[in-house]
Design a protein around this ligand. Structure first.
Ligand code: WT7
Length: 652
């Protein structure tokens, strides 16, 4: 480990002492420890109190927690009733209609739009009325395949208003991936747009949707928002224009009050087997997780402008662009562009322009901008910032230091936040006014979270400090996903059965001598490329679907910029030919451009055990230049292929 990682940075004194800034909600480490202890000693009192403090209930709950990890029957706030859209919109619209809810920063610089809570309520209601008129009702599923426009958030909230389960598909996914997600969820409608704009490029969204819908029997309608106004294929009566539909309806629609445990949304994520899982989040627990973490992890206060740079297609966008900021009545920035467009100053222009107070991005973006140098940061007034966050993958200490010094000018708290699609909200993190930071460590558990380091083999809890193992969580917390859509067994198998009685994260972890947690990365076949979660099995199966491919082995290789990158080895069927370009295209088409392997090696044979299992470990070593440390090869069926593979990798 580098020196930087051992340095402890105290809470920046500006956060605690500058009279211009609001007093942090938690302003000392002792204070954090005290609240944490309480939350662990008596979780029901803690969560019950927070649920009443942060959410509006139409009917009070009768029990805080029932069920547990043992049987996978967790339920929070039973018999309680509420509505997520009411919590995120109505109550703020009535109290403060002119407060800005969303700032849309479009791809083209200089093009931004402010939407107040009053306007948001009108738009959400109109869309909800339109969905109702199309026959949608509570419990139905709607797919959202949208670029980063405010209408995407409006779509989330309109679904929530009616108790409709939204299933957002990241607009970088291919038509095939979209089709599979629509079919798995039996979505009835797709909400989409004509096109998208990102980094000056056009994304042909509607075309991709049309391609997907060739094989989606459950889809009845496509609601198309006009983003660019270009001519796009449109087939009435299936396709409907957003603006024409919304015009028809009045800007009020009563919220459908739902049970605390009714589903709020599905979000597909990659696991260690081929098929993506529809992770299901429920209304009250998820919303409470979003509300409480936004408030404490980012030290959110009344007049803040909160800017999360993620895409709404991932969980980070769900929780920290939409639900978290809005449930707190905050102002959230929707950023449509990239950190590089039109120059590597774009983030900092946006921070200065909108006076962003909390800024949240991913290590891959931080590394990229660091590489472009400090000049792009300097000269922009970043003094509004108090908290800068990182999420999605381990942040290397060098990138952390750059973020802290150059972007934060040593005056901002850096929150390295660890969580997952499944956890719904942040579970390991520093608190801005309280936690001394170590670069590269997600530090300590959030309130109510009981992390444990397990011995991966025995499953025993490793007590004390200075231990390494796998990360699991000991007790349920409200925002943990309840099930995998239509496949509860898979939920049990993936998360609750590997270590009985615990939620298993799939990540390796260390707890250092001071009790700080260090995420080591996935211990399963899941890769993390530029913060995107990809499964080796999913990419392999995409390759195998190519007519010429016989076998495929995919590995994650360390990459300076993207954390990991994808390398693939394939063998071809007899008498078949295929080139690397074609195979790359195959992955782009089946999953999406972001999953494309950086390198594909077409080889004659893959290293296999005598029982036929592909030994990916060997491939990883060869690609990483560690062919001299291949380890135990006794189970390898044909050792003679090793030098051939080494030569192939060298010459590619
Ligand atoms: C996986 C979850 C949760 C938002 C984005 C990713 C990795 C996430 C960190 C962090 C080290 C991290 C883990 C985790 N990860 N945040 N701060 N430090 N690793 O969500 O796509 O569900 O991926 O991302 O490996 O298991 P996701």
């Amino acid at each position: 480990m580098t020196d930087a990682a051992h340095q402890v940075h105290p809470v920046p004194s500006r956060l605690l002492n500058d009279p211009k800034f609001p007093k942090p909600h938690v302003n000392s480490f002792e204070n954090y420890e005290k609240i944490y202890e309480e939350s662990i000693k008596d979780p029901e009192t803690f969560w019950g109190k927070k649920a009443n403090e942060l959410l509006h209930w139409h009917k009070p709950f009768e029990a805080v927690l029932s069920g547990g990890f043992e049987h996978g029957d967790v339920a929070w706030f039973r018999e309680g009733e509420l509505n997520a859209s009411y919590n995120c919109v109505d109550r703020h619209a009535y109290a403060n209609p002119d407060k800005v809810a969303m700032i849309y920063e479009a791809d083209e610089p200089g093009n931004s739009r402010h939407i107040t809570y009053g306007e948001l309520l009108h738009q959400v209601c109109r869309l909800a009325n339109a969905l109702k008129a199309l026959g949608l009702k509570k419990g139905d599923t709607v797919a959202i395949y949208m670029p980063m426009v405010p209408e995407a958030a409006i779509a989330f909230l309109a679904c929530a208003r009616l108790g409709i389960i939204h299933s957002v598909v990241f607009a970088g996914f291919s038509s095939g991936a979209l089709r599979d997600r629509i079919n798995d969820a039996s979505s009835k409608i797709v909400i989409t747009s004509d096109e998208g704009r990102r980094g000056g490029k056009t994304i042909h969204i509607k075309k991709i949707v049309d391609e997907a819908l060739k094989e989606c029997p459950t889809i009845e309608h496509v609601l198309v928002f006009r983003r660019t106004g270009s001519d796009v294929p449109f087939s009435a009566p299936r396709d409907l224009w957003w603006h024409e539909e919304l015009e028809k309806y009045r800007p009020y629609c009563p919220p459908e009050i739902v049970d605390a445990e009714d589903p709020l949304f599905l979000l597909y994520t990659s696991g260690s087997t081929g098929k993506p899982k529809g992770v299901l989040h429920t209304t009250a627990g998820y919303l409470l997780g979003a509300a409480i973490t936004l408030k404490y992890v980012f030290d959110y206060h009344e007049n803040d402008i909160y800017g999360c740079m993620a895409d709404i297609g991932w969980i980070t966008g769900h929780t920290y662009i939409i639900y978290g900021p809005l449930v707190n009545g905050g102002t959230t920035v929707l950023f449509e562009s990239t950190p590089m467009y039109p120059t590597p100053s774009r983030y900092w222009e946006v921070v200065a322009k909108h006076k962003i107070t909390q800024f949240y991005t991913a290590p891959t973006a931080i590394r990229l901008l660091r590489r472009h140098g400090n000049d792009y940061v300097k000269g922009h007034d970043l003094s509004s910032l108090r908290v800068i966050g990182s999420v999605g993958e381990p942040i290397n200490p060098e990138a952390w230091e750059w973020y802290y010094e150059v972007v934060g000018r040593k005056e901002c708290a850096v929150v390295d936040t660890y969580w997952q699609t499944e956890t719904g909200s942040i579970i390991l993190t520093p608190l801005p006014g309280a936690t001394p930071m170590k670069p590269g460590s997600a530090t300590f558990p959030f309130f109510g979270i009981q992390p444990v380091v397990l011995d991966p083999v025995s499953g025993k809890e490793l007590e004390g400090n200075d231990v390494e193992g796998v990360l699991a969580i000991k007790k349920p917390w409200p925002s943990l996903a309840r099930t995998v859509y239509n496949d509860h067994n898979r939920y049990l198998k993936t998360y609750l059965n590997p270590y009985k009685g615990y939620y298993f994260t799939g990540d390796g972890v260390g707890r250092d001598k001071d009790g700080y947690y260090w995420i080591r990365g996935r211990v399963d076949d899941v890769m993390n490329v530029a913060g995107h979660r990809l499964s080796t099995a999913e990419i392999e199966s995409a390759l195998i679907c190519h007519q010429s491919v016989a076998e495929a082995a995919v590995i994650g290789i360390d990459d300076e910029l993207t954390g990991q990158c994808v390398h693939a080895f394939t063998t071809l069927k007899d008498d078949q030919i295929a080139d690397v370009k074609e195979l790359t295209l195959q992955v782009r088409n089946v999953i999406g451009p972001f999953a494309a392997p950086k390198k594909i090696y077409i080889v004659n044979d893959l290293p296999k055990t005598r029982s036929g299992k592909i030994m990916r470990r060997i491939l990883r070593k060869i690609v990483s230049g560690e062919s001299d440390q291949l380890g135990d090869l006794s189970t390898l069926a044909d050792p003679s292929i090793i030098p051939v593979l080494i030569e192939k990798v060298k010459s590619s």
